[in-house]
Design a protein around this ligand. Structure first.
Ligand code: NAP
Length: 283
């Protein structure tokens, strides 16, 4: 079913999202602060609105993808939102999501926020995910539209939940990036074949370790961090060796040091017999 959709914010991400909605046959009205960025979408069939007011007036479903939450409220300030389903795909902190949801509600609108787990070339392709929270009514009504741009996942009525989970996902990614970079730097320092190391050793190893870490959820929930696998004391000794090796190879271990610090703190409390899952209590 073709829907009327208004789309505000035609940066790199907004353009990819709006373009995929047009390609799926929806009737899309677009607005952007810099009007020239709308031209390629108008060529694809979008209708251009020259003010946010006119854009919001054109459709019940209003999707916003701007720089930050401040630019969202600035853009929509003074625009009546009564009866509008506002889907905000702008990145922000959980607290900001709640404030923007309240701000939209004060103006009569319903609010659904989304955290985009993809980059623009992934939009409308397998692997793209958007985490949503806020109005279940909007999510249920417009799920087919949301499904065009990425796999949608509703995470709860609390508008803070999607941005918090978004940040948790990015946290996991950054931690993995830290280990990946340190490992590659160490191998390069020894002049060993890096491409082969990444493809045949590091990548399968990381995949196997992630599967192992997933079993820690039982300990996170129960608070019982006893282990039959590998205790903190042995990991502390292992990291000590790692850090010394990095220094001997002339490579900075800076991305590893924070993990060592937390292990040292936990073992200093006499909890070296726990497993690595126990570090969650220290955090
Ligand atoms: N790109 C990604 O890989 C990616 C991935 C996940 C999530 N996101 C999120 O998607 C959102 C948009 O990102 P993007 O990559 O599209 O960024 P972008 O290319 O820099 O575009 C930013 C958009 O915000 C508009 N804007 C900035 N300040 C504004 C203001 N004060 N008033 C009105 N409009 C304003 C810009 O308008 P002008 O064109 O006039 O400058 C432009 O449309 C961000 O929240 C970002 O975190 C992006």
């Amino acid at each position: 079913m073709s829907e009327n959709i208004s789309f505000l914010g035609l940066g790199l991400m907004g353009t990819a999202l709006a373009s995929s909605l047009l390609a799926a046959g929806h009737h899309v009205t677009v607005w952007n602060r810099t009007p020239s960025k709308a031209e390629p979408l108008v060529a694809e069939g979008a209708v251009y609105a020259d003010t946010p007011d006119k854009a919001v007036g054109a459709s019940t479903l209003v999707i916003v993808c701007l720089l930050d939450h401040a630019s969202v409220t600035q853009t929509l300030d003074g625009t009546p939102l009564a009866g509008r389903a506002v889907v905000n795909l702008t990145n922000g902190r959980p607290v900001e999501a709640r404030q923007t949801a309240d701000w939209v509600a004060e103006r009569g609108g319903d609010y659904l926020g989304g955290g985009i787990m993809a980059v623009p070339p992934m939009i409308a392709k397998p692997g793209a995910l958007i985490l949503y929270s806020g109005s279940r009514t909007i999510y249920d009504r417009y799920e087919p539209v949301l499904s065009v741009v990425a796999e949608p996942r509703f995470t709860g009525a609390d508008p803070e939940s999607a941005p918090l989970l978004d940040m948790a996902m990015l946290t996991g990614m950054y931690g993995q990036i830290a280990g990946f970079l340190e490992a590659a730097a160490l191998v390069r320092s020894a002049g060993l074949p890096l491409r082969d190391f990444v493809a045949t050793l590091l990548t399968p190893w990381l995949n196997a370790m992630v599967a192992q870490q997933a079993t820690w959820v039982d300990s996170f929930e129960s608070g019982d961090h006893s282990t039959e696998v590998s205790n903190l004391e042995i990991n502390r000794a292992g990291l000590e060796n790692l850090v010394r090796t990095f220094r001997e190879q002339g490579v900075k271990p800076d991305l590893l040091l924070p993990l060592k610090t937390v292990i040292d703190q936990r073992t200093a409390r006499g909890l070296g017999n726990e497993g690595l899952s126990g570090l969650i209590e220290e955090l």
